[in-house]
Design a protein around this ligand. Structure first.
Ligand code: ADP
Ligand code: MG
Length: 322
């Protein structure tokens, strides 16, 4: 088990990681999400042992991990870390890059390289020099490379940032299936929440260096504690309750996803259409309700300026106040 306890860290006197703690088990997939600059990369570097922390501890299976001040070569052996700006050897082939850390004495070396090439869907490029690959292809090689010497813990920083959507979905499915099958703990920093929602066992949400949520994807999605959290999953509406219920004077708001607001014929709340955005299987409609902008889903586009009536899917408003 990985145990991160009460860690704080600052590059200068200003702390950018503030008292963060969490636990993760073998085989788990943990997604770290947060806006740019919130501290995701810093947190991964601390866990890997690249940054010295004065406050807090990191344990793996009861063993305390020592930071860079106590190790000649930074980084732990059982752990692999893929930084945001991965580095590969440009003038050697894909196969050589992946095999670099596997001993040539290892009887399974070839088999292992083949297996990894398949996971990242790069088999046909095994003999290609890295300098001749696209950004996304390089990134896939980099992912295979950190898995070469089967680690127990894998830390990936924005691993799919250069990979186009067409490839990304298959890669994510293949990679996370593979990691589960090998019982490898994987911690991924990402601002792309598709991989977090569909694959993560737990999502850690970081804001300004603080851990503000640590929960399963479905719990975070269905019951987000703040607009910041919900905004990673979808366009989020923060609507003052007084806009929905005229008799409410609480000055509180509800958080609603676009699929929780619908057009209705009778007894709805009046709004005016501002714009319609095509989203493939539906339109996202932007409308204005008194002073509040709302986004909701609708099967067709609506005429800009038209007056509409809206219905809000708020089951128990008293429990959903912010
Ligand atoms: P994220 O990965 O979530 O975008 P980072 O961990 O890279 O966030 O950065 C967290 C904070 O630490 C930011 O305010 C950033 O400017 C600062 N920071 C990151 N790296 C350094 C560094 N090497 N020196 C000083 N400040 C840094
Ligand atoms: Mg980062």
């Amino acid at each position: 088990m990985l145990k991160v306890a009460n860690i704080s860290f600052g590059y200068t006197s200003k702390e950018v990681i503030k008292n963060i703690g969490f636990k993760a088990n073998k085989g788990d997939y943990i997604a770290i999400i947060g806006e740019s600059g919130s501290g995701k990369s810093t947190l991964l570097e601390i866990i890997y042992g690249l940054l010295h922390i004065e406050k807090g501890t990191v344990h793996w299976n009861d063993e305390k991990l020592l930071g860079p001040n106590f190790r000649l070569i930074p980084g732990e052996d059982f752990m692999k870390y893929l930084p945001q700006d991965f580095d590969l050897m440009p003038y050697t082939t894909v196969e050589e890059n992946i095999g670099k850390y596997i001993s040539s004495q290892d009887k399974n070396k070839e088999k292992r390289i083949k297996e990894l090439l398949k996971v990242v869907d790069m088999t046909e490029f095994s003999q290609t020099k890295v300098k001749n690959l696209s950004g996304g292809q390089k990134q896939r090689v980099a992912i295979a490379k950190v898995m070469a010497k089967e680690p127990e813990v894998l830390l990936l920083d924005e691993p799919f940032s250069h990979i186009d959507n067409f490839r990304k979905n298959k890669l994510r499915r293949d990679l996370f299936k593979y990691l589960k099958s090998k019982n490898i703990l994987c911690i991924v920093a990402t601002h792309d929440t598709t991989d977090a929602l569909s694959f993560a066992d737990k999502i850690l949400v970081i804001k300004n260096g603080k851990l503000i949520a640590n929960n399963t994807p479905d719990k975070l999605y269905t019951n987000p504690k703040s607009a910041y959290i919900a905004s990673f999953f979808d366009e989020i509406n923060k609507i003052p309750i007084s806009e929905i219920k005229a008799d409410d004077t609480s000055k509180k708001s509800v958080l609603l996803y676009p699929n929780q607001i619908k057009l209705t014929e009778i007894s709805g709340i009046k709004a005016t259409v501002v714009a319609s955005y095509f989203k493939g299987n539906h339109y996202l409609i932007e409308a204005i309700l008194n002073k509040t902008t709302v986004f909701f889903e609708h099967p067709s586009s609506l005429k800009t300026g038209s007056k509409i009536l809206l219905e809000f899917d708020v089951k128990d408003i008293s429990k959903k106040k912010y």
